[in-house]
Design a protein around this ligand. Structure first.
Ligand code: CTP
Length: 461
């Protein structure tokens, strides 16, 4: 790939660059005044310390996309890289972040002024620092170069210049930097043609071994292509498919695979990302039994109800049985709670589906629904529009199904405090869901009915 090492042609150290000025005005408009001032503040501190600060990676990509498209900034977090013409120490970025924190913590750029939650975290070992304003995270690092000891290894990191830092990245659209120092504020450092690829809508790796060095980039390629509706550049696609054929996912830890997979499942447009992965054979590592067919549902539904990544995982493994799902849970190192959601759904779903398909009476169906975790019910609703009404009614009932009576009432009825209380209240909840106890009467009436139900169905010890 041709690498454009020439900095902005118009750039001239001694006179301000008109091109940058235009960027500055646009940036202010897109980012908002406070955000913009914060970036300027970072540059001012850097310049005072004879350093250069850059906004890098995702935020630059999203800023440029915002300029090209609708004039809004889609990103949330800011990544800052600090560089110096001289030898850099591990504390360089940390010290700059500390100064910024002291200046800005009384007036956070997001949230209420003076809110206590502004936090400062230092990761001494990595030479990085994070400022957490309410609703905005800023990460600081020194510019670095990376070397991979073997495919899939975590990279060995050493201080480097900003060019090294950009060349170590995944895609051209993510290896962009924007200078923040006052002299060159807003100047784009684009060594790999990222701005052009952004315009063309291309995901483009920087070299042929990129996916072997870091196989998570396969998942990231699907994520960015799905998110922005971008194409994978021709050679990139060849290298990506070659890497999948070599089973590269087996060279990384399950935790790294898990993390990127979950990030995909959290994407708004996760269906497009999965479509791509599936077309490349990139889901086989998760389970060769997955037969992904794009789910027939509206985006509105997916975003409103499928916001939980576990719902989306259930949609992804819709055709897998209990045992195959156990394998997926292992591959994705699911926690005990996450595993329970997946496996309880798989365990009870056949009964629920049978009840639905055979038109069992509603109270039967609702009883089965109560066996499913919430995510299990939602995934059913998202993927089967024909049961939408039944599930919507179930949810309405469920929201109002908490018992009106409480422990005090049970005590007055003569029940000795103990596990029986939980059992009774749970039973009332179930009966309200299936419609055997009312949910829509005045509270006093509901309470009377519940008390009558308890005295009829539970004996005093
Ligand atoms: N990066 C990389 N290779 C990876 C992970 C990250 O090169 N495997 C680089 C990219 O330059 C990326 C930056 O690190 O832009 C930050 O990564 P991350 O926060 O994961 O992604 P963002 O690009 O910020 O994307 P998002 O909008 O999803 O946060």
């Amino acid at each position: 790939m041709k690498i454009n090492k020439v900095r902005d042609k118009n750039h001239n150290q001694s006179s301000p660059n008109p091109h940058n000025k235009v960027r500055g005005v646009l940036m202010k408009k897109i980012l908002g005044k406070k955000f913009f001032q914060l970036l300027k503040g970072i540059g001012q501190i850097a310049q005072r310390e004879s350093l250069t600060a850059y906004l890098v990676g995702g935020p630059v990509r999203d800023l440029l996309l915002g300029m090209q498209q609708n004039g809004t900034y889609g990103g949330k977090d800011l990544d800052i890289v600090v560089s110096a013409g001289r030898e850099i120490t591990k504390n360089t970025a940390i010290n700059l972040a500390k100064e910024l924190f002291q200046i800005w913590s009384p007036h956070p750029p997001a949230g209420e002024a003076g809110q206590k939650e502004v936090k400062f975290r230092v990761h001494q070992h990595f030479g990085t620092a994070t400022i957490l304003f309410p609703g905005l995270q800023i990460d600081f690092a020194f510019s670095r170069k990376e070397k991979y000891a073997y495919p899939g290894a975590l990279p060995e990191v050493a201080p480097g210049n900003i060019e090294d830092d950009l060349y170590r990245r995944d895609f051209t659209i993510n290896s962009l930097a924007m200078e923040l120092n006052p002299d060159n504020f807003g100047e784009l450092l684009d060594l790999t043609g990222g701005e052009n690829d952004l315009k063309k809508g291309l995901i483009h790796v920087l070299h042929r071994k990129s996916f072997l060095d870091d196989p998570t980039r396969i998942l990231r390629a699907a994520r960015f292509a799905g998110r922005y509706n971008f194409q994978i550049e021709k050679k990139t696609l060849v290298w990506l498919k070659e890497a999948i054929k070599k089973n590269v996912f087996s060279t990384i830890s399950r935790e790294r695979f898990r993390e990127e997979m979950i990030t995909i499942l959290k994407e708004k447009n996760f269906v497009s990302c999965i479509n791509l992965l599936s077309s490349w054979g990139g889901l086989d590592f998760l389970s060769p039994s997955i037969h992904w067919e794009t789910i027939q549902t509206s985006n509105f539904k997916l975003q409103t109800f499928g916001g939980d990544w576990l719902v989306n995982l259930l949609l992804l493994i819709k055709n897998l049985n209990y045992m195959q799902s156990e394998d997926v849970a292992r591959r994705m190192v699911l926690t005990r709670e996450e595993r329970k959601v997946i496996l309880e759904t798989k365990k009870h779903l056949p009964k629920v589906l049978q009840a639905l398909r055979k038109n069992y009476p509603l109270d039967y169906i609702y009883r089965y629904f109560t066996l499913l975790p919430e995510q299990g019910i939602i995934h059913l609703e998202v993927s089967n529009p024909r049961w939408e009404n039944i599930i919507a009614t179930f949810h309405r009932r469920k929201n109002k199904a908490r018992a009106v009576i409480n422990g005090e009432n049970l005590k007055k009825l003569g029940f000795k405090p103990g596990p029986i209380y939980k059992k009774i209240l749970e039973r009332i909840y179930q009966e309200k869901i299936v419609g055997n106890l009312p949910i829509n009467l005045p509270k006093k009436k509901i309470k009377e009915k519940e008390i009558k139900f308890v005295t009829k169905h539970f004996a005093l010890a």
